[in-house]
Design a protein around this ligand. Structure first.
Ligand code: ADP
Ligand code: MG
Length: 623
């Protein structure tokens, strides 16, 4: 029998490997920007056409490349950044795997122009499908320009997987902003389809944050800065009052590399606990610097996930640093620490760090390298005076009745006929008429007597169902009335969120939101659906966005469906909300006028019925 194993040709091997590094235009954006930073550029331009599907180009004024390097850089495992495996543990550059350009060249058509200061002429290269088509000398400014064209032109299956332009653009903007935040001393610009979307001048981190995330943060940032022998942290957190209902303003950088870490995020959230309402997210832009030997960045091809020597120490450090910062700025009182006891008992956190110990442990255990002078976890507790005041400021407001005015019960003409084939049996319709005022139980359930027994309605799920059907009708037939705001508010959004809102404007209009674009990432909120409390416009839209993003993983739903579900979930009366008798009655009436009253849009039950017969039997059985 013949042998059956063959070696894959280079271009196919590269295409396969590229799958890990280049998933979408935004992946190329990240790699090309990082290369420009690594090349020592001070001015970096990103040019996009057709959400990166047609063109992603990065122009930098960095070191440039020689003729040979310009050819070499597209080879797999070609890198100038490491030479041996030991170098891996001292990485200070963003790249090191030598895969990015090889991957890009395998799945697109690339044009490179580059010149070093020492060379009179630059070099021009054209590549597609991993093959060099042309190389020749050319005039060029110092630095490098790499253009990636027609991504996945040779892998149609993957091209088909790309999302809408708005979605791909959102990813691009996210990557661009992460790099721009990490290097505020460099100038960045982003041009999309011929229009300048961003231009950031060189400046301080604070200036960069404010120019990206919004002017309103200018006086709302608290400095975080702690140094120890083991690691440093610096950056900013937003004051608690700036916490939003929507995620997106949270950034962690480890040795200047943006990372996603729910663990470290938790540490920050913990430090903020009680200063912000539940389900809201404070801004943070935090840079942790530590010896690269303690971090493994090579666990993931895109390097967004990394591994630390000891995560617990990092957690304690981050949490302490934030608490310290908040306390110093009198944003919160110095709080008693409620660190995980396991962490609290670590020697590094409890015992003074003497010279003797330092000598003993030098270079061994990382815990012990905390210096005592700068221990972030030791906070002066004398500063406790504003405890009461602070609780009042940020605690939940005292509940009032009728905070959530419900619209009047539906008149018959507004509603399609109730489906009789569904689970609704007549008893539920009786419920509306057999009025023995409903009772609220634990501010969460509504107990209502009906002829054959009683029902227990989950107020939140029920209201979600009601709103869901109301919003669907609004989109299909009759738009919801808008309640004009007396004082239109401006809503400054993250660029990526602004794209979502732009996309949804017509639907939002039908659902009662009157929003008007005002500059690139800003909208003026002129009105909200009539049943949203005034004063809550901003929170309502932010909450909506957060829900929408949450649902964006559920591919089975289209965008409208997701919007309607998000709005219903976001605007539903929460558990824990006291309700008046009239409000409860309205909920019951409207629930049973729904076409599917028994479940919430997400599939949760909305009520349970208890029948007299069954109750009888339960008592007979002795319980
Ligand atoms: P890595 O960044 O991991 O080394 P890449 O494939 O991204 O791998 O790049 C390969 C090499 O090409 C880099 O190590 C660098 O020497 C060179 N290079 C890439 N982009 C640039 C640029 N913009 N300016 C100068 N040199 C570059
Ligand atoms: Mg690189």
């Amino acid at each position: 029998m013949a042998d059956i194993i063959n070696l894959l040709p280079d271009n196919i091997a590269n295409q396969i490997a590229a799958g890990e590094v280049i998933q979408r235009p935004a992946s190329a954006v990240k790699e090309l920007l990082e290369n420009a930073v690594d090349a020592g550029a001070t001015e970096i331009q990103l040019i996009i056409r057709d959400a990166g599907k047609e063109l992603v180009q990065v122009i930098d004024n960095g070191s440039g490349m020689s003729d040979t390097d310009a050819r070499m850089c597209f080879e797999r495992h070609a890198t100038s950044k490491i030479k041996s495996i030991d170098d891996l543990f001292q990485i200070r550059t963003m790249g090191f795997r030598g895969e990015a350009l090889a991957s890009i060249a395998a799945v697109s058509q690339v044009e490179l122009k580059s010149r070093r200061t020492s060379d009179e002429l630059g070099t021009f290269i054209e590549i597609d499908n991993s093959l060099i088509r042309r190389q020749e000398p050319c005039q060029a400014p110092v630095g490098t320009s790499i253009a990636m064209k027609n991504l996945f032109f040779n892998v149609p299956a993957r091209r088909n997987f790309l999302k809408s332009n708005a979605a791909e653009m959102r990813h691009i903007v996210d990557e661009f902003i992460r790099v721009a935040l990490a290097f505020p001393h460099l100038q960045f610009s982003l041009n999309s389809n011929g229009q300048q979307m961003f231009h950031f001048e060189k400046g301080s981190l604070k200036q960069r944050i404010v120019s990206i995330l919004g002017q309103h943060y200018n006086s709302k940032l608290v400095t975080v800065k702690e140094s120890t022998d083991y690691m440093n942290i610096h950056g900013f957190v937003g004051k608690p009052e700036t916490a939003k209902k929507t995620r997106g303003d949270q950034f962690f950088f480890v040795n200047n590399r943006f990372i996603k870490s729910s663990y470290l995020n938790h540490a920050v959230m913990n430090a903020f606990a009680e200063t912000i309402p539940p389900d809201s997210f404070p801004l943070y832009v935090l840079f942790i610097d530590l010896d690269p030997a303690h971090v493994d960045i090579n666990v993931h091809p895109t390097k967004q996930e990394i591994k630390f020597d000891d995560e617990r120490i990092l957690y304690a450090f981050v949490q302490s640093a934030i608490k310290h910062a908040l306390a110093q700025f009198s944003v919160t009182p110095a709080l008693d620490f409620d660190l995980d006891p396991g962490i609290q008992q670590l020697d590094a956190l409890t015992q003074p760090f003497t010279e003797e110990k330092k000598a003993q442990s030098a270079g061994t255990s990382i815990y012990k390298t905390f210096t005592s002078a700068n221990q972030a976890h030791i906070i002066d507790k004398s500063n406790n005076s504003n405890l009461q005041h602070w609780k009042e400021l940020y605690g939940p407001p005292p509940a009032r009745e009728n905070d959530f005015p419900l619209p009047p019960p539906p008149s018959h003409s507004d509603f399609p006929p109730v489906s009789t084939a569904s689970v609704i049996d007549e008893r539920w319709q009786e419920a509306a008429h057999d009025q023995k005022g409903p009772v609220q139980v634990h501010q969460q359930y509504i107990l209502s007597q009906i002829k054959s027994g009683f029902i227990l309605v989950d107020q939140r799920s029920a209201h979600e169902r009601i709103l869901y059907e109301r919003y669907l009708r609004a989109l299909a037939e009759k738009p919801i009335a808008t309640q004009q705001s007396l004082f239109p508010q401006t809503l400054e959004l993250l660029p990526a969120d602004a794209i979502i809102v732009h996309e949804m404007l017509p639907d939002l209009q039908a659902l009662g939101y009157d929003l008007e674009p005002f500059g690139q990432h800003t909208f003026v909120v002129r009105g909200t659906p009539a049943d949203i409390q005034t004063g809550n416009e901003q929170a309502s839209i932010e909450g909506l966005l957060e829900q929408f993003k949450h649902f964006s993983h559920e591919l089975k739903h289209n965008r409208r469906e997701r919007l309607v579900r998000s709005m219903a979930r976001n605007n539903a009366i929460p558990s824990g909300k006291p309700l008046s008798t009239r409000e409860m009655q309205n909920i019951i009436d409207e629930l049973f006028a729904c076409s599917m009253p028994n479940v919430s849009p997400g599939g949760r039950g909305t009520f349970i019925s208890f029948k007299l017969n069954d109750l009888e039997k339960m008592f007979d059985r002795g319980f």
